[in-house]
Design a protein around this ligand. Sequence first.
Ligand SMILES: C[S@@+](CC[C@H](N)C(=O)[O-])C[C@H]1O[C@@H](n2cnc3c(N)ncnc32)[C@H](O)[C@@H]1O
Length: 263
Amino acid sequence: MTDNPDNLRNYESREVVSYYEKQTAIEPCEQLLFEKYVPPGSAILDMGVGAGRTTPALSGIASRYVGADYSSAMIDSCRARFPGIEFQVCDATDMSGFGDGEFDAVVFSFNGIDVISTDEGRARCFSEASRVLKDGGVFIFSSHNARLLAVPPDYRGGSPLQIVWRTIRAAGASIRIFLRGYRAGVFSSGRGYVRDPWDGGMLYFVSTPEVIRREAAAAGLALEETVGSRYPRIRSPWLSPWHYYACRKIGFSNENGDSLRRG
Ligand SMILES: C[S@@+](CC[C@H](N)C(=O)[O-])C[C@H]1O[C@@H](n2cnc3c(N)ncnc32)[C@H](O)[C@@H]1O
């Protein structure tokens, strides 16, 4: 069913689930896109919900909210933490449990889409997200930046000692990511799959906004907005570990993958 059993095994592990249970904050880039593209009263599918980091924010404004994830361990955690809220085990490459045009917004936060590790699987995810959206509905997701030059340290809330440690860690991560991207050829091509040995050995996709624009357009989704993951502190695309995207369902695409308005 899934394209990569190793990645799924990682998300089924107790250690990884408990890491995600501790994540509660909505990032400013997410807040920006949620406020702009997901008005109160929307029907929302929160795909790859993990342990429910985005559940309070999105379920609080939704007319209908469904959290979904292909990891049953993540869904068990969500059901225990948010009783009364609807959660389903569902693979993003096969949303056949949902009907056409059921949702105003589909959200796949924190790079979950990059864990789908084949081009066919990614294409199915885009076309399934498009299918379950109403015309005019929005798909919000993020994807790792293939052209990341350096990882800026996050100094928020850090003591002087933590600031030194975070600087050293960010320098190490920058060198490692640059070398990995260079060796895999993704820096020049702007797309591809990389394995990060420091991240549980997960295989994940990296991309550029241009690659995402084409993938989305092939599924009838038009890229409307790209926001760097460190917005508003850092706006440079070279220093954003990933980008958030908002794509609107506007119909179908031509043979070049350009989205065309219906009618
Ligand atoms: C990086 S975690 C993010 C979790 C959560 N969205 C958050 O922001 O805290 C990615 C999540 O996507 C889920 N995921 C990955 N591939 C998926 C797929 N094909 N279908 C559904 N969920 C998937 C994983 O199980 C994991 O919970």
